[in-house]
Structures are given as C-alpha cells and as structure tokens.
Design a protein around this ligand. Structure first.
Ligand code: TMP
Length: 278
C-alpha cells in the first residue's frame, strides 16, 4: 500500500500516522544498512520477513504478559502499533561475546557469559550511537531511575524467554537490541512498552549445531545471503511454510497470527517524568 506524508523515515522502517489517535503504522523496508548507513543495499523480501518475525516475537512476549507497542499486522509490510514516546536509548542484552563487545575488550567471539550483560547506547546517528551508563541516562534525563529499573527487568525477562524460544528451534540467541517507549494515562502514570522491532536485524542468531549465522552480521561482514537466513529463521519458528520459497508478496504465503487478549499493564511511577511538562 502506498501512503503519503511519513511521520518519520528511518534506515529500515517508515512510520505513518495511524487510523486512530494514539496509533502509528510501521512499514518495514527492504533497505539494509550497516555502519551507521555507510553500507546500504536493498534486499528483496527482507522487510516482509522482518514484519512477520517481529509480529511473531512481540505477540509471544504479549502472551507472557510483557507489554509491547504491537497491535496487529495490517499487511505483508505494515504493522499497526501504539504511538509511544520513544526513550532514546538502545538496550543491548548479551549472552555470548560477539560484535562490538568482543572488539571493544579484545576478547574472542563465542564465549558464553556467566550472566547476561545489559548495555545502553544513546540513539544518535550524529554521535554514532555512543555507549552510555545509567548515570548518563538519568543525568541527561533520557529516562528516570524507575524507568531504567523497569527496562532492565523487562530486558532480562525478554532475554530469558527469547533464549528458550530460539533454543527450541536450535538457534542460540547471542545478543539483541531492544527499544522502549513510554505511554501515559490521564493521571500522568507512565507505562513502559517494548517498541520498535525484534528481528534478525536486531539480534545475533547462531545455529546451535553448525554455528552458522542467521542474522544481519551476514550482511555487515559480507558473509552471505540474509534473505535466505531470515527465511530460515521464519521457517524454523513456524511462521512461514516449509517449502523454502522466498516469500512472495503476491502469493502471500504467510499465515496470520492469532491475536492475543492483552492484560492491563500496571504503571511504574506517577507524575515523576521530568519530560512530562515540556
Ligand atoms: P553490537 O555488538 O554491534 O554492539 O550489537 C549488539 C546487538 O545489537 C546485535 O544483536 C545487533 C544489535 N544492534 C542493532 O540492532 N542496531 C544497532 O544499531 C547496533 C549497533 C546493534
């Protein structure tokens, strides 16, 4: 579907105003970037796969009581989501050394960590998403302490759940990135939701038996075909049928996911957000 007037266009997604107040349409592009946009390609079908994988994972989180911005999938490339105030922090959870952690500290990739590590990065293309501490986050009022507590609690719960879910399809969840948003009720209570997407663009996924990468590192490192890898992730999760055809938007060979009944989230704090009155 073609739409006019995006609210925001990012590297892999476009956001449009939703049909109801408080909703947004999130469109998944085929554009694939790495190195803060230095490497860029359009990979046919990637947006469709990420739309479905993210739908599947966010729905699974909702089913265990983790609140997300996801409302429903509209079509092959679009999701209806709740409009949230995005917290400008990327939260990375790591189970196994890889990527920037291995590079920064000069350690080998593939070492299982004794406990998950949570890292925070400021969402700023201009500054190249620098790593920040919790003190930076509260000092510069990107989030308050209570929100960080909630974010940490949710991130570890998501990690435990997704680790098990991927393990059941013989995939190791090496690390992943989450984004969070806040919504308010009439009394000014704040609710934290998992926002953005969870897909092989934002996770490191290794085959349990072969160690084969099934994520965006294939693109970042010129090591293989990400459409094929993402298709394999979707196939293993049971999201798409198993005939190994690359998803065809015309054929629409993707099964819809049954919507879940959502529970009411509880607020974490009341009238404490420093940004609320701005
Ligand atoms: P890193 O090792 O490059 O810091 O990445 C850690 C995880 O976060 C990895 O699963 C990929 C994901 N990630 C994103 O989703 N977006 C980003 O901009 C970056 C840098 C990482």
């Amino acid at each position: 579907m073609s739409r006019n007037n995006p609210l925001y266009e990012g590297k892999a997604k476009i956001l449009y105003e939703g049909p109801e107040p408080g909703t947004i349409i999130q469109y998944f592009k085929d554009d694939t970037t790495a190195g803060n946009g230095e490497k860029h390609e359009v990979i046919s079908g990637k947006g469709v796969l990420n739309n479905r994988i993210s739908e599947y994972l966010l729905t699974a989180l909702e089913e265990i009581g983790i609140n997300t911005h996801f409302i429903k999938t509209l079509n092959m490339r679009e999701q209806l989501v709740k409009a949230v105030e995005i917290i400008p922090i990327e939260v990375v959870v790591r189970n196994i050394t890889a990527g920037s952690l291995a590079k920064r500290f000069g350690v080998d990739e593939g070492i299982v960590l004794p406990q998950p590590i949570i890292e925070y990065y400021l969402k700023s293309d201009k500054l190249n998403d620098p790593m920040v501490t919790r003190e930076h986050i509260t000092t510069f009022e990107w989030a308050i302490e209570e929100e960080l507590e909630e974010i940490g609690r949710i991130a570890l719960r998501v990690n435990d759940f997704l680790t098990g879910l991927f393990k059941s399809v013989k995939i190791r969840l090496v690390d992943f990135k989450l984004e969070f948003g806040r919504v308010y009720d009439e009394e000014g209570n704040i609710y934290i939701l998992v926002a953005d997407e969870i897909s092989p663009d934002s996770c490191r996924l290794w085959d349990v038996e072969t160690g084969q990468k099934l994520d965006k590192d294939l693109f970042r490192r010129n090591e293989g075909d990400i459409a094929k890898a993402y298709h394999e992730v979707a196939r293993r999760l049971g999201i798409i049928d198993g005939d190994n055809n690359v998803i065809d938007e015309e054929k629409g060979n993707v099964q819809p996911i049954t919507p879940v009944v959502k529970t009411n989230p509880s607020p974490i704090t009341k009238n404490k957000n420093p940004k609320k009155d701005k």
